[in-house]
Design a protein around this ligand. Structure first.
Ligand code: TMP
Ligand code: ASP
Length: 244
């Protein structure tokens, strides 16, 4: 795998050109952030752990026939993916009420949603990623109302596929956030990353035991946060990570 020119850099990933114009390479950084980047730290090997877990999640989705950008994982921290034009939208699917939902609506923590509750957010730091609906997608020229519905349908499929897979490892998927892009044929494809940074993952048996970035958001020391990512890696990949 040959790294080409750097195309862009975000809080947790760098995008590079590859030797194929239809493919790009993602590098997962060791940075961890929360609260619109206000909280920021570096955790050695976090990029590797998250890249490996993302690759595993994308393999599950590809096997289910859900369109994703994932092509290949190159350890420790690179992923070859289809080149997409990303939509500035975060799509959340909530299976169990937690997090910000509890601050916004009179819904009890732990309420189950079947089918999953899907929410769209416009990625715009200045406006603090406001929640939007299908009409806003149209008005912001991001897509048609039908495409917004397609995004929501695919998101429920992603959530159901990952929940089914995680259950077999004793993990409950409480919610997740995914992002979409368009491929060269204008098809909507799941892009970005899916891992403990973008999902709430709870132990099925041990109340309060979590395997995701909430550990960091709630202020745990960085070694504890790293242990959480290692634990998730070991549970899902059934081997020890090769830490540097
Ligand atoms: P929320 O309860 O904070 O809205 O989060 C819902 C899910 O989305 C949770 O799994 C965390 C994830 N998420 C992100 O990945 N990025 C974000 O910027 C936010 C706000 C949430
Ligand atoms: N993704 C956001 C950040 O990195 C917020 C979060 O995940 O809590 O700032």
């Amino acid at each position: 795998m040959k790294l080409g020119k750097k195309i862009s850099e975000g809080k947790t990933k760098i995008v590079y050109e590859s030797d194929n114009p239809n493919e790009v390479i993602l590098e997962f950084k060791d940075d961890i952030t929360a609260g619109d980047g206000l909280k920021h730290d570096i955790i050695k090997d976090k990029g590797y752990l998250n890249a490996a877990i993302s690759a595993e999640f994308f393999r599950i989705l590809n096997k289910k026939g859900i369109p994703t950008h994932f092509i290949e994982f190159t350890p420790p921290r690179f992923m070859k993916v289809k080149s997409l034009v990303m939509l500035p939208v975060e799509v959340v699917c909530r299976r169990i009420a937690a997090g910000h939902l509890l601050k916004r609506l009179p819904i009890k923590a732990g309420t189950n949603f079947k089918p999953g509750l899907v929410e769209l957010y416009y990625k715009d730091d200045e406006h603090h990623d406001p929640m939007i609906n299908e009409d806003h997608i149209r008005i912001l020229n991001l897509g048609t109302v039908d495409e917004a519905r397609e995004i929501k349908e695919i998101t429920v499929k992603v959530s159901d596929a990952l929940a089914e897979y995680l259950t077999s490892y004793g993990i409950v998927l409480a919610d997740l956030k995914i992002e979409f892009g368009r491929d060269k044929n204008n098809n909507l494809v799941v892009g970005d990353e899916i891992n403990g940074d973008s999902c709430r993952l709870w132990d099925e048996k041990i109340e309060g035991k979590i395997y995701d970035k909430d550990v960091y958001r709630k202020g745990a020391p960085l070694n504890k946060v790293k242990d959480t990512y290692i634990e998730l890696y070991k549970m899902l990949l059934k081997k020890d990570p090769k830490l540097g």
